[in-house]
Each structure stands twice: as C-alpha cells, then as structure tokens.
Design a protein around this ligand. Structure first.
Ligand code: ATP
Length: 274
C-alpha cells in the first residue's frame, strides 16, 4: 500500500553510536564531515570543498550504515543508489539517471530546508570501473556524467552535495574517480576484530531477551572472520531457535546453533559462486 511505501522510504534515524567497532573509520569520516559542518570557515580559508568520500572494504562491514550516520551527523538530506542499477542500461539512460540523482538530492534538501545533501552510491565499481578505450560506450557516458556532476559541485551553492561511494573492489576503479576534487578521501572499512565483534553483537542484542548464561564475549571469540552483517544474522537466527524451543530468552546453545548456521550458509554461498 501507499502508506507502507512511504514508511519504507522514510530515512532511518541512525547515528555513529549504532555502528559497532569501526573506530578508525568513524574518526576519519567525522573528521572529513567536519569540513561540511564548518562550511563557512572552510570557505574563508579558501579550502576546496570536500566532494567525495570512498569507503572500501569487504561486504557487510557497515559502509552503508556509515553513510547513513554521516547524513544524520551533518543534518543532510540522504539519497541512495547502487552502481549495479547502471549495468547494461541503454545508451544515455545511465547518464540521465546520474543527472536525476543530483537533481533529486538538491530538491530533497531544499524541501527539507537542509544545506547539505549526501548521495550514497553502493557498488560504485558498477559505474566507475576502468574505461577500456571505447568498447563500452554506455559505461563511459555514465561515468563521464558522474565526473561532470562532481566537478560541477561548487562551494557557494545553496545546497552542497557530498558523494559517498562504497566498493569492495577498489582496484577496478577508474583513476579519474580518485583524482583530487573527486573521491579524494578514502576510508578503509575492515572486518571487525574480537572487541568490535562483541560491540556489534551487543548492539544487535539490544532488542532481544538474552539469557544470563550467554556470554557475548565468548560468541565474539567464536566468530572470527564474521562481518557485521553476519553477526546480525547470528543474533537473529539465535532468536529464531529460541522461538522454536518455546524459550523465553536466547540461550547459549541457541547462539552456538546460530553460529553454525551462519557459517554453513557462508560456505554454501561460496560453493555456488565458484
Ligand atoms: P555491502 O558492501 O554488502 O553493501 P556494507 O558494508 O554496506 O555491505 P551494511 O549494509 O552497512 O554493510 O551492513 C549490513 C547490515 O549488517 C546492517 O544493516 C547491520 O545490521 C549489520 N552491520 C554491519 N556492520 C555493522 C556494524 N559495524 N555495527 C552494527 N551492525 C552492523
């Protein structure tokens, strides 16, 4: 229904406190964002406006969460797209879609009376992969349009646009994207270490009745190599096991089963993909 759709579109209220671990990326991104927040000072000093931040790292580590929290932190309108939407589009369609994205961002910010808009493009390698000398003309046009729009972002506009892009395959990106004035801030977002895993588990346990016999520190120890997204799954699956057992809370054995299940799912994914 229309009401449901509107609810789904409503931007989530998400802050850096809702992101587990990732202390270094959080620090780096807020430092960069302070340029946007203290816009007047930056202009007075003649510093070139920040236009793009590139988040690199494996899937499910919180890159999308960081972009959403960035919008909250800077009081910006937020609009998201995925580079995969642009693959195999007819000539001109991709470029048009990029143009619309910037237009929509400006409109949304104006409507919300915000000075800033953040455009988040996940899987940017779908648009900004290395150009190969004219074989993929459409691909080039889309990328060129993105570069043109980024170059056109000026410090003195009423709505300042910041691009945040994410990729797990930085080596595929066209060098033009990484030049100064484009995505000149790059932030590496890695898999969480043990302490960070515990923090992430804690965040996803907030809305769940976790039994006294459960040690999230122990779960963190047993989930080496898990991403934030996988840890979220572990908590969710454990709750499902608890429900099946008609248990009022999540027990240690539910968590053990959940870890196995998520690990198994991962293995099956890898086998079907190879
Ligand atoms: P992808 O590259 O696959 O798009 P991503 O890095 O953008 O992945 P997110 O979409 O931010 O990953 O994370 C997916 C989900 O995993 C989040 O909605 C959240 O539930 C959980 N998650 C991931 N990382 C964290 C984290 N650091 N803290 C808390 N939850 C996390």
């Amino acid at each position: 229904t229309a009401g449901k759709k509107a609810a789904a579109r409503k931007p989530e209220y998400l802050t850096f406190e809702d992101i587990g671990g990732q202390d270094q990326p959080k620090r780096e991104i807020t430092e960069a964002l302070d340029f946007l927040v203290h816009r007047d000072k930056i202009e007075k000093l003649g510093i070139r406006p920040l236009k793009g931040i590139l988040l690199t790292g494996p899937p499910g580590t919180g890159k999308t969460l960081l972009a959403k929290a960035a919008a909250q932190y800077t009081n910006s309108a937020f609009i998201a797209a995925s580079g995969s939407e642009f693959v195999e589009m007819y000539v001109g369609v991709g470029a048009g879609r990029i143009r619309d994205l910037f237009k929509e961002a400006r409109q949304q910010a104006t409507k919300m009376k915000r000075n800033n808009a953040i455009i988040f493009i996940d899987e940017i390698d779908g648009i900004g992969g290395k150009r190969d000398g004219g074989q993929h003309r459409e691909y080039d046009q889309t990328l060129n349009q993105l570069l043109t729009e980024m170059d056109g972002v000026q410090g003195d506009e009423s709505v300042r646009i910041l691009l945040i892009a994410a990729t797990n395959r930085k080596e595929l990106l066209d060098a033009a994207l990484l030049r100064p004035g484009r995505f000149d801030r790059q932030i590496q977002v890695d898999l969480p270490d043990k302490k960070a895993r515990e923090h992430i588990l804690m965040l996803h346990a907030r809305n769940k009745p976790v039994g006294e016999g459960v040690s999230l520190a122990k779960v963190a120890e047993e989930t080496f190599g898990f991403s934030g997204a996988q840890l979220e799954s572990v908590m969710n699956e454990a709750a499902i096991y608890a429900m099946r057992d008609e248990s009022e809370n999540l027990r240690a054995d539910h968590l053990t089963q959940a870890i196995d299940k998520v690990m198994m799912g991962e293995r099956m994914d890898r086998e079907t993909n190879s």
